[in-house]
Design a protein around this ligand. Structure first.
Ligand code: SME
Length: 162
């Protein structure tokens, strides 16, 4: 297994996503354990982009339950139809929230969080199994570049979610 991720510290996000995707693919294809893979992906995203909070919620019963993450303490359980995470889960779409105070039903796990992106996570049969949630302490920090980059990253995980 690779011991470090190589990336251009000064490059824009789009370049860093491009550099990252094949390395994440290599990282997760060599490991079948889901928690190990989600933990490493969270760590890599935190290291490469310095996001305020990055992590996974996985569907367990009728809730989304906190999975591997990097960042401050977070809410452990979210109802499937609640918050930005629930919205992404029920619509099976990526959701970008430029200002969390303007999203009805946003769940504030940390008051420093100002904007957010949530990307659905599917298993190999196409069933939604959870979400990848990224929070920023800056307003309007996420764009289609993040949506595309993070969707590519969740697709690498789909391959190991059999
Ligand atoms: N803000 C999210 C909850 C998860 S935390 O941000 C880590 C939401 O509204 O779903």
């Amino acid at each position: 297994m690779a011991e470090a991720i190589a990336f251009s510290k000064e490059a824009d996000r789009s370049t860093r996503y491009l550099e990252l995707v094949p390395q994440i693919e290599a990282l997760v294809s060599g490991e079948s354990d889901l928690i190990a893979n989600l933990a490493n992906v969270s760590a890599v995203l935190k290291e490469v982009f310095g996001f305020f909070w990055v992590g996974f919620y996985l569907k367990k019963g009728d809730q989304l339950v906190l999975g591997p993450f990097q960042g401050p303490l977070a809410c452990t359980r979210i109802d499937l139809d609640k918050g930005v995470c629930g919205h992404s889960f029920t619509t099976e779409q990526t959701v970008i929230v430029p200002n969390v105070d303007e999203f009805p039903g946003h769940i504030a796990c940390a008051s420093a969080s100002r904007s957010e992106i949530v990307v659905p996570l599917f298993d190999a049969s196409g069933t939604i199994v959870g979400v990848l949630d990224v929070d920023s302490d800056r307003l309007d920090d996420f764009s289609e570049i993040d949506a595309h980059g993070l969707e590519k990253i969740t697709r690498t995980l789909t391959k190991v979610l059999t």
